[in-house]
Write a protein that binds this ligand. Structure first.
Ligand code: NDP
Length: 617
């Protein structure tokens, strides 16, 4: 059908090459150039549908009045833009697209990074799905669009209709900030909100479904013609998917659980191999593995004791109303290690506790934030003497225990039906108690080979090997940040990709902390890995980090960039990723003779071209 449309646009019909008589040709040649895109698409779909139904296209089948009426009902065009770091908004945007198309709307779906901001002026209906990271930051693939919209170059958008779905985490101060910013800015530019922004917490499914309902309700136009067209577009986003997902995880068998650090290390990193056999779950290097953990049994016990509850008491486990023991609920269903403002507000309402109400008094936000920071449910129930609150009322206020995402450290080509994760245990003391990372310590202390873990694959389109196997890659991944690069190398080895590759790796000590050392050395020996520079920060008097090694190799690194290398950064977001970016900019200035502005532009273009990708946490 698309070919037909193209033909209409570019060709003048001739009697010799068409089945029409002279009169029909003249009519068509008068009509076709006058049609708008949406009218051509509608007409094309309409004729195809008539043919499909074996109805002859005759003048009696298409009276002029009917055509005029149905052209009015041509599908609305909707632009769906997503800004996604870990893939949630990407997945939701695809789902929304399918639902909009099923309602007969014509949808153009795009990552914000791939969208030409100047074309915003021609958009009629804009739906934005965007997440927020760290201290209120936009996802990497949303930055350019975000900056454009907030700059002086942003156009007036008086004719634009829009709505925003914001994903975030209520335990962070700048909850859903990026979504809020887009929402506010679009309004400032004159756009009309067709349905209010919805902010979603970690467990976003219900809120997202509500927003879908609202925006689809506001936009949808039911018409035969529109449905015909949508049938074509819908196939573009169809995917063969496993039945297992974030909301229906696969119970996967653990094959291996090994320690990667040598004796005497301060670090404790596990290499976990998991079987995906029978799941039909597929992944690519750069994707993440979602694992549903269990809370620490001792913390569960202490909370139950502190509240004077009984472990066997029946409580509600989920929104379906399923029941289970309190112990089961706190182990596997609810989050007990993170406090959020909404939780404290709801508990204050439920208990009328004076202390909690005082914590929520306006103007004391900083105090509330500092109390929440690093404390868990046990602290809260002890500090505010919440003993006696009925268990079921209490747990119904808790957030669902979310899965943890780990960058996959295996290539499925090298390990079919398996997935590997590289997980560092989080253990520390705070506010007078030992604290444990929920998933990392569950995996380190309580999961052995043969056990089952609920898992799913989270696609990450923002961290992918170059399509061209000849393209050089530079991988910067200290600590557990090295995980996806093991997958990259496994993939490049299996596919015999000829492109050069360069790893910058670092951790505290060479002897005890060189994760996957034997594999790196083998890949280096075999030529799968071209170059490796390591920085062991605590083996020398002066700290050395990956960015120091980058700086020492600045000339060659710049040459790789000029040859079109893709740069990947994985690991700590707060310090490392920031310092690495500063170093990249410094190298561009120093070796490329660029001004600071030109260097920033160079990196920004690399980001838009997907040549600078980050998986940072
Ligand atoms: P780290 O990033 O903590 O440490 C790796 C190496 O990076 C160390 O040599 C460290 O040196 C060094 N380093 C410290 N600061 C910088 C800097 N500004 N620039 C460059 N290098 C630096 O590795 P981890 O894998 O432990 O942690 C990575 C991230 O993952 C952190 O954000 C952490 O919170 C998070 N995390 C991930 C877990 C997982 O399993 N995936 C579990 C726990 C945490 P030195 O220590 O000597 O300063």
């Amino acid at each position: 059908m698309n070919e037909l449309i193209v033909g209409w646009i570019s060709l003048e019909l001739q009697v010799t090459n068409s089945p029409f008589n002279q009169e029909q040709i003249e009519l068509l040649n008068r009509l076709l150039p006058s049609l708008a895109d949406s009218q051509r698409i509608w007409l094309s779909g309409y004729l195809t549908a008539l043919q499909g139904a074996k109805s002859p296209v005759t003048s009696s089948a298409t009276p002029l009045a009917d055509v005029a009426a149905t052209v009015q009902a041509a599908p609305k065009e909707v632009t769906v833009l997503f800004g996604s770091q870990t893939g949630n908004c990407n997945r939701l945007a695809k789902k929304l697209t399918k639902e909009l198309e099923a309602k007969g709307l014509k949808v153009s779906l795009s990552a914000m990074g791939d969208f030409k901001p100047n074309s915003l002026k021609t958009v009629q209906n804009l739906l934005i799905l965007v997440s927020t990271h760290g201290e209120g930051d936009a996802p990497d693939n949303a930055i350019t669009f975000y900056e454009f919209l907030h700059s002086k170059r942003a156009p007036k958008l008086d004719t634009l209709n829009f709505s925003v779905l914001a994903l975030g985490d209520t335990s962070y101060e700048f909850y859903c900030q990026t979504g809020k910013d887009f929402d506010k800015r679009l309004e400032e530019l004159g756009a009309k909100r067709i349905s209010p922004r919805i902010d979603c917490d970690v467990d976003y499914d219900d809120s997202a479904a509500e927003w879908f309902k609202q925006v689809i309700g506001s936009l949808s136009v039911a018409s035969v013609a529109a449905t015909v067209v949508s049938g074509v577009n819908a196939t573009d986003v169809n995917e063969t998917e496993s039945e297992y997902s974030r909301t229906n995880p696969f119970q996967a068998e653990v094959l291996e659980n090994l320690s990667l650090n040598g004796r005497g290390s301060d670090r404790e990193t596990r290499h976990i191999e998991i079987s995906l056999e029978g799941s039909n779950l597929q992944y690519e290097p750069g994707d993440s593995l979602g694992i549903y953990p269990e809370n620490h049994p001792r913390l569960v016990e202490e909370i139950i004791d502190a509240m004077g509850w009984s472990t066997t008491e029946l409580v509600t486990l989920n929104k379906n109303g399923d029941k289970g023991s309190l112990q089961e609920a706190l182990l596997r269903y609810y989050e007990i290690t993170v406090l959020t403002k909404p939780l404290i507000e709801q508990l204050a309402k439920l208990t009328a506790n004076a202390g909690l109400n005082e914590l929520l008094v306006a103007g004391r936000e900083q105090e509330l934030r500092s109390y929440i920071n690093g404390r868990d449910l046990l602290d809260l129930v002890q500090d505010y003497a919440l003993k006696g609150v009925p268990a079921n009322d209490f747990v119904s206020l808790l957030r669902k225990l979310p899965a943890r995402l780990y960058s996959i450290s295996s290539s499925s080509k090298a390990f079919p039906d398996e997935v590997h994760a590289t997980v560092r245990s989080v253990r520390y003391e705070a506010h007078g108690r030992n604290r444990y990372g929920v998933c990392s310590v569950h995996l380190a202390d309580r999961v052995v080979a043969g056990d089952k873990l609920p898992v799913y694959i989270q696609q990450n389109m923002n961290f992918k090997l170059p399509e061209n196997p000849e393209t050089p890659i530079i991988m910067i991944g200290p600590g557990t940040g090295v995980a996806p690069f093991r997958a990259f190398m496994g993939e490049r080895e299996e596919t015999q990709a000829p492109g050069k590759s360069w790893l910058f790796y670092g951790d505290q000590h060479f002897i005890t902390d060189f994760l996957y050392q034997i594999e790196w050395q083998r890949w280096l020996g075999d030529g799968v890995l071209t170059k490796m520079d390591v920085a062991f920060s605590r083996d020398t008097d002066k700290k050395v980090y990956v960015q120091h090694r980058m700086q020492e190799n600045s000339r060659e690194l710049y040459e790789w960039l000029q040859e079109g290398a893709h740069v990947y950064v994985c690991g700590d977001e707060k310090k490392m990723a920031h310092d690495v970016q500063t170093t990249l900019l410094a190298i561009l200035e120093q070796e490329g003779g660029l001004s600071p502005e030109a260097a920033a532009e160079y990196l920004s273009v690399m980001q838009q071209q997907k040549r600078y990708q980050r998986d940072v946490y």
